[in-house]
Design a protein around this ligand. Structure first.
Ligand SMILES: *Cc1c(COP(=O)(O)O)cnc(C)c1O
Length: 394
């Protein structure tokens, strides 16, 4: 069997075989901190990386390794490493690859924590960060051409699902000699493959769709061996290691990744179409809608449009959000996303809590915007729930 298995098959089988002990059909959670050797020469070979194996839990662990390999195969990458959270892998990646005097080009709409790295922490180390308008591809290309060591992209973005042309900008990054990094959290490897679009590294908050059950934190990065090894080396020293129990929960969650994403893709599209026709709704942001400004690019680079959407109420104030949100029965009002349960939250309390109302408006985030992470519930129940909750505005 030389044929690469389908993603649904990879979600279940990839990465596991090596660790199925004594006929077990499931990967064990290996809590051991140390790994013992009777043969000191063998120990040394493993420690020097000349032989596969594990030495110490801060560096590598069998359960963590199985999880990493599953993601690596889905991203069709040469190498992979992980961290304790999405921010753990993002900060490890940036600090591993950058040095004082270098320059990063990115966009204004990256994930909130990533934006804090760009505006607060990297500048402390004399690393210049240029944040461009997310959909202004000409501006991004011009800034990259001026000199760029890392081009950092994210698509679709949080919370207004802006879409970036990954192939076009990866080509620009390559031309400038930059390392191109893409945060693929919102799309997942089921819907989008940044590496095949030309990116050097693809990373995820595994906390979201990969795990899918909002019960474990994790982060993962995939790409070429040298780059990934640099990130691994920094992470083994900064100590933001993925915990084996979390790795197990993420690995288990990933077995249903393809099923969940197919359902979330279709639920989100139907919810977006429903909301777009509703008189109490001013605007809907979803890359799968014809009305979305990034729809053409999304259609080209995504296999599905994802489970994330956002919408703006006609009554554009926070009071409308305050009244509407608690009326939904089938949606947790919470900061996370990508879980089997539908989850909603206004950016004013989640991704953009640190901004003032004026700053949010300047970023194109209206006060009545609601982020909606479609779960895998029955579509009929989700639509009926939205219907009764929106009825307060009629
Ligand atoms: C949540 C999120 C992160 C950060 O992940 P954590 O696991 O919370 O640290 C990074 N990028 C995106 C797009 C996210 O949604």
């Amino acid at each position: 069997m030389n044929k690469t298995p389908a993603k649904s098959t990879q979600c279940i089988w990839s990465g596991e075989e090596e660790y199925l002990l004594q006929g077990a059909t499931q990967v064990p959670v290996v809590h051991s901190v140390g790994f013992g050797y009777k043969d000191v020469d063998e120990w040394q070979k493993v420690a020097l990386g000349e032989k596969p194996g594990h030495i110490y839990g801060r560096n590598t662990n069998p359960t963590v390794h199985a999880f990493e390999q599953k993601v690596r195969e889905l991203e069709n990458a040469d190498a992979v490493t992980s961290a304790s959270t999405g921010m753990g892998i993002i900060s490890s990646t940036l600090f591993a690859l950058l040095a004082p005097g270098q320059r990063v080009v990115s966009v204004k709409d990256t994930y909130g924590g990533t934006n804090v790295l760009f505006t607060e922490f990297l500048p402390k180390f004399n690393i210049e960060v240029m944040l461009c308008d997310t959909t202004d591809h000409d501006q991004i290309e011009a800034e990259v051409a001026k000199g760029c060591d890392v081009l950092y992209l994210e698509s679709p973005t949080n919370p207004t699902t802006k879409v970036i042309d990954i192939a076009r900008l990866s080509a620009a990054g390559k031309k400038a000699g930059a390392t191109v990094i893409v945060d693929n959290t919102f799309a997942t490897p089921i819907n989008q493959h940044p590496l095949s679009l030309g990116a050097d590294l693809v990373l995820h908050s595994a906390t979201k769709f990969l795990g899918g059950h909002a019960d474990a934190l994790g982060g993962v990065v995939c790409g070429n061996k040298d780059l990934v090894h640099s990130v691994y080396h920094y992470r083994e020293i900064n100590g933001a290691t993925l915990d084996p129990m979390a790795a197990y929960l993420l690995l288990r969650g990933m077995k249903t990744l393809d099923l969940r994403i197919q359902r979330q893709n279709s639920n989100a599209l139907s919810v977006a179409q429903y909301l777009e026709k509703h008189p109490a709704v001013e605007q809907v942001f979803y890359p799968g809608l014809d009305s979305h400004s990034g729809h053409a690019i999304a259609k080209q680079q995504m296999e599905g449009f994802g489970g994330m959407l956002s919408f703006m109420l006609k009554q554009n104030d926070f009071d409308a959000v305050r009244k509407f949100v608690p009326r939904l029965h089938y949606a947790h009002a919470a900061a996370n996303l990508g879980a089997v349960e539908t989850t909603i939250g206004p950016p004013a309390t989640t991704s953009h809590v640190e901004c003032t109302a004026e700053e949010r408006a300047a970023m194109g985030i209206p006060e009545s915007l609601i982020r909606y992470s479609a779960g895998i519930e029955s579509l009929d129940d989700l639509l009926a729930d939205l219907d009764q909750a929106l009825s307060i505005f009629s």
